[in-house]
Design a protein around this ligand. Structure first.
Ligand code: GLU
Length: 500
C-alpha cells in the first residue's frame, strides 16, 4: 500500500511554527516514500474557528514550498478535505458505532453535567459514572427512541470498557501503554451535530487511507481513544502507524515555545505575519522578518531531527533523501533563534543574485526607491555577505539607494587632515575622468595614485569607503563605486570634502 500522510491543522488562528515543522516532516516522509501528502482542515470546533486562518495555512505551505498532493485548495479524489463539509459522513459513522455497541447516546444537559462537576471535584463521564447518568446504556430502548424522535438534544459518546491495556506502537517513542480504566467516555458527536476532533480525525484518516500519522506530542494521550475507535469500527487492519513529534522548547528556560515568546524574545514564532483583532494578537512571521523559505525549512527540519554527521545545510531535496523517522529525537528541541539567523545568512550568501534581486524588489519599491533589476543584482552581490535578513539589503544598505545619511565621525576625525583633504580632492578629480570605470582598473589606479603621493592606503581608502557608504562596514569600495556609477561616486567624494 502506498504511503499517505496528512497535515491536519485546525484553523484557530495563525499556524504556529511548530505546525510548519509537522507539515514538513509529513511532506518529507511522503516524498521519500513516493507517497502522497494531504492537507486536511480540521474545523469542526466552530467556537474556535478564526476567519482567515485556513488561507494562512495554505499560504504558508506555498511559501515554504510544501505543496500538498491533495487537500483543501489542491484537489484530490478523497475529499472533501475540509471537515465542516463532511458532517453527514460523521453522523453516519457515529450511528454505526452506536449500533456496533461501542458508543451510546447521552442526553444529560450541559446544566446537569455542570452541577455534577460542582458537586464532585474530579467528575468525568466514564465507566464508573455513566451508570448513574442519562444515556442509552441506562434508559430503556423505547425511552431512547422517543427522545430521539422528539428531537431531544443528545451527544454520542465512546463506550470505553474497563480492564484493558491499550498498546500504541509509536515509531519515535516505542510502545506506549494506556489503561482503559483511566480513560473517559469522550464525546464523539456534539449536540450541535458536529463531530469532535476524535471522531472526525479517525473517520477521515480511515476514509482518506492514511497510512502514517505524524503529529505533535500533545496528541499522544488522545491516541488511546483513537485506537479504541479503530477497534470499535473494525478498522484495526488499516490503522495508521503513529509518530509523535517532540515539543519545541523556548530558547531559554523551561517549557514549550508559546506565541507570547515571539514578543518576549524579539523573534518570530509564526511563518507569516498575522493581523489579529488586537496588537497583542498580531504577530510577525519568518517571511516578513526576511527569511528565505529554504532557510526556514532547513532550520525547522533540524528542530528535533538530525541524520548524524556534521552536515547542517540541507536543501529540501537533500532533506527528502536524508529524512528518517527513526532519527527524530524523543526529547524536546530548543528553538535556537540565533541558529535560524545563521541559516538565513548562509542561504542568502549562497542564493544567486537574480533570486535575491527578486526578493529585494518589493522592499525597494515600498521605500519608494527606484532601481533597475540589473542594479538590484549588483546590490545583492555587494551586500549578501553582510546581511542577516532580506530587509537589511535596503536598511543596512540604504546608501546604495540614497545619499549617505550619517558619516562615521570618529574615523573622520582621525583621518581627515588638511594634507589628506588636499590629496583626497585630487583623487576625486582623477576618479571623475578615469577610464575604464570598472572595479579592478579603478582599484589599481587609486592604489597607484596613493603610492605616488607617498601616503598609506590606510590614510585614503577608509575615507573613500566612508564617502560612499558613511561607514567602514560597507561593501568592497571599488565595486560599490562601480555600482553607484561615476557621477554618483564623484558626487559623494565631493560631499565628503565639503563636509570636511
Ligand atoms: N487538528 C489537530 C491539530 O490541530 C490535528 C492533530 C492530528 O494530526 O491528529 O493539531
Amino acid at each position: 500500500m502506498s504511503v499517505r500522510v496528512r497535515f491536519a491543522p485546525s484553523p484557530t488562528g495563525a499556524l504556529h511554527i511548530g505546525g510548519v515543522r509537522t507539515a514538513l516532516y509529513n511532506y518529507l516522509f511522503a516524498k521519500q516514500q513516493g507517497g502522497a501528502f494531504i492537507l486536511r482542515i480540521e474545523d469542526t470546533d466552530r467556537t474556535r474557528y478564526v476567519p482567515g486562518a485556513e488561507q494562512y495555512i495554505i499560504e504558508t505551505l506555498k511559501w515554504v514550498g510544501l505543496l500538498p498532493d491533495e487537500g483543501v485548495g489542491f484537489g484530490g479524489d478523497k475529499g472533501p478535505y475540509r471537515q465542516s463539509d463532511r458532517k453527514e459522513i460523521y453522523h453516519h459513522y457515529a450511528r454505526e458505532l452506536v449500533q456496533r455497541g461501542h458508543a451510546y447516546y447521552a442526553f444529560d444537559t450541559p446544566e446537569e453535567l455542570a452541577l455534577r462537576k460542582q458537586a464532585e471535584e474530579n467528575f468525568t463521564y466514564n465507566q464508573q459514572t455513566r451508570g448513574g447518568l442519562s444515556n442509552s446504556l441506562t434508559l430503556s430502548e423505547t425511552e431512547v427512541e422517543s427522545r430521539l424522535k422528539a428531537g431531544t438534544p443528545f451527544v454520542i459518546r465512546l463506550r470505553v470498557e474497563p480492564g484493558r491495556a491499550i498498546h500504541v506502537q509509536d515509531l519515535i517513542r516505542g510502545e506506549v501503554v494506556f489503561q482503559s480504566g483511566e480513560l473517559d467516555d469522550k464525546v464523539l458527536l456534539k449536540a450541535d451535530g458536529m463531530p469532535t476532533y476524535h471522531l472526525a480525525n479517525i473517520v477521515d484518516d480511515h476514509l482518506m487511507e492514511i497510512t502514517h500519522v505524524i503529529r505533535g506530542e500533545e496528541w499522544l494521550p488522545s491516541t488511546a481513544h483513537h485506537v479504541l475507535l479503530y477497534e470499535g469500527f473494525g478498522w484495526t487492519d488499516t490503522m495508521p502507524v503513529f509518530s509523535h513529534l517532540p515539543l519545541i522548547l523556548k530558547p531559554v528556560g523551561n517549557g514549550k515555545l508559546s506565541k507570547r515568546d515571539g514578543a518576549k524574545f524579539g523573534m518570530p514564532v509564526f511563518p507569516l505575519e498575522w493581523e489579529g483583532a488586537t496588537p497583542e494578537e498580531s504577530f510577525s512571521g519568518f517571511r516578513d522578518t526576511g527569511f528565505l523559505p529554504e532557510a526556514a525549512i532547513n532550520f525547522l527540519a533540524l528542530l528535533g531531527w538530525h541524520p548524524g554527521g556534521e552536515q547542517e545545510i540541507f536543501s529540501l531535496q537533500d532533506l527528502i533523501q536524508a529524512f528518517s523517522i527513526d532519527q527524530i529525537s524523543k526529547s524536546g528541541a530548543r528553538f535556537d533563534y540565533e541558529k535560524a539567523k545563521w541559516f538565513n545568512q548562509k542561504y542568502i550568501q549562497a542564493a544567486n543574485n537574480e533570486v535575491l534581486a527578486s526578493y529585494i524588489r518589493p522592499l525597494v519599491n515600498s521605500k519608494g526607491y527606484e532601481a533597475t533589476d540589473e542594479y538590484l543584482e549588483q546590490v545583492a552581490a555587494l551586500m549578501k555577505e553582510r546581511v542577516t535578513f532580506l530587509p537589511d539589503f535596503v536598511e543596512t544598505g540604504y546608501y546604495l539607494f540614497e545619499p549617505v545619511r550619517e558619516y562615521d565621525k570618529e574615523t573622520l576625525q582621525k583621518k581627515w587632515t588638511p594634507p589628506i583633504a588636499e590629496i583626497f580632492n585630487e583623487l576625486t578629480g582623477m576618479v571623475a575622468t578615469f577610464e575604464p570605470f570598472n572595479g579592478p582598473a579603478l582599484e589599481e589606479a587609486v592604489k597607484h595614485f596613493i603610492h605616488e603621493k607617498a601616503v598609506k592606503p590606510g590614510d585614503i581608502l577608509p575615507l573613500l569607503r566612508i564617502a560612499l557608504a558613511g561607514t567602514m562596514k560597507g561593501p568592497a569600495v571599488f565595486d560599490m563605486a562601480v555600482a553607484l556609477g561615476r557621477k554618483e561616486t564623484v558626487r559623494r567624494l565631493q560631499a565628503l570634502s565639503e563636509l570636511g
